[in-house]
Design a protein around this ligand. Structure first.
Ligand SMILES: [Zn+2]
Length: 266
């Protein structure tokens, strides 16, 4: 039944949470990743073995490459990832369904739950232990500054990760692609405009995260990541004017274009 607990995998930022990093840890470094895992038999649930450790490190080095490619960034620093065993994670990092990234530029750390059964990512056709959501937070914070809105902060992470939440698909726990979520949302008449995604603070995560991710992917495709990156660290009230300066398109015109595109209106 453990798997079902991951069905709602919230990659949440618990800003108020401070991870309890007390050891013992096994430290393994390769490329940009320094991975801290628990020794075997440290708790009742599984600690990663040496093969799994290498897989996770490889996954996260690939994540950095992919994020740099998508965002046209040049991140090349070391990132420390602390993987807590499932049964201790809730107490030490406040969740056992994912984790969070430090949002301090000087502190490139991810705190995450180790699940012995990785989750299938259908868009990339791979099984993932950590995924790329938190790494996007690390890279954007380092390269573009600290975000002031979840429109950009979570928008970037959901766009690049491409998934929000998980569900059982043919007996395999799988990530849930944001484009499929959006297609359902549109069918149910719940498509939100860019203004609503920018200004409404009370949207349900299930509606908000996939939609803001899909909007950001559309903005990257339409205007190029380099331009959108210039808006990343702005306060909410500055975004509309600045986006006109950066893209040459008024925010409300962009909004109409986006809604027409999604609703397939010529
Ligand atoms: Zn996030």
């Amino acid at each position: 039944m453990k798997q079902t607990l991951f069905i709602i995998l919230l990659s949440i930022i618990l800003v108020s949470w401070k991870a309890d990093l007390k050891g013992p840890w096994i430290r393994t470094e390769n490329g940009n990743i320094i991975l801290y895992t628990r020794p075997l038999h440290f708790t009742k649930t599984t600690s990663p073995d040496s093969i799994t450790i290498q897989q996770i490190i490889q996954e996260q080095n690939h994540a950095i490459e992919y994020i740099n490619y998508r965002l046209k960034t040049h991140f090349d620093a070391k990132v420390e990832i602390f993987l807590f065993n499932y049964d201790e994670a809730k107490e030490k990092i406040g969740t056992n369904g994912g984790g969070f990234a430090s949002l301090r530029k000087s502190k490139k750390q991810i705190y995450f739950t180790f699940s012995s059964e990785p989750i299938f990512n259908p868009s990339k056709h791979v099984f993932e232990y950590v995924g790329s959501h938190e790494m996007v937070h690390i890279i954007t914070t380092s390269q573009l500054g600290r975000f002031k809105t979840s429109f950009f902060g979570e928008g970037y992470s959901n766009a690049i990760d491409g998934n929000y939440g998980s569900k059982m698909l043919e007996n395999v726990l799988s990530r849930y692609n944001i484009d499929s979520s959006l297609a359902n949302i549109i069918l149910n008449g719940k498509l939100l405009s860019p203004s609503e995604l920018l200004y409404n603070n009370t949207l349900q995560p299930r509606l908000y995260y996939p939609q803001v991710g899909c909007l950001l992917n559309w903005l990257f495709d339409t205007y190029g990541a380099e331009k959108i990156n210039k808006l990343y660290g702005l306060k909410r009230r500055k975004i509309e004017n600045a986006s006109f300066e950066v893209t040459g398109v008024r925010f409300d015109d962009m909004e109409k274009q986006y809604l027409n595109y999604r609703l397939k209106i010529e």
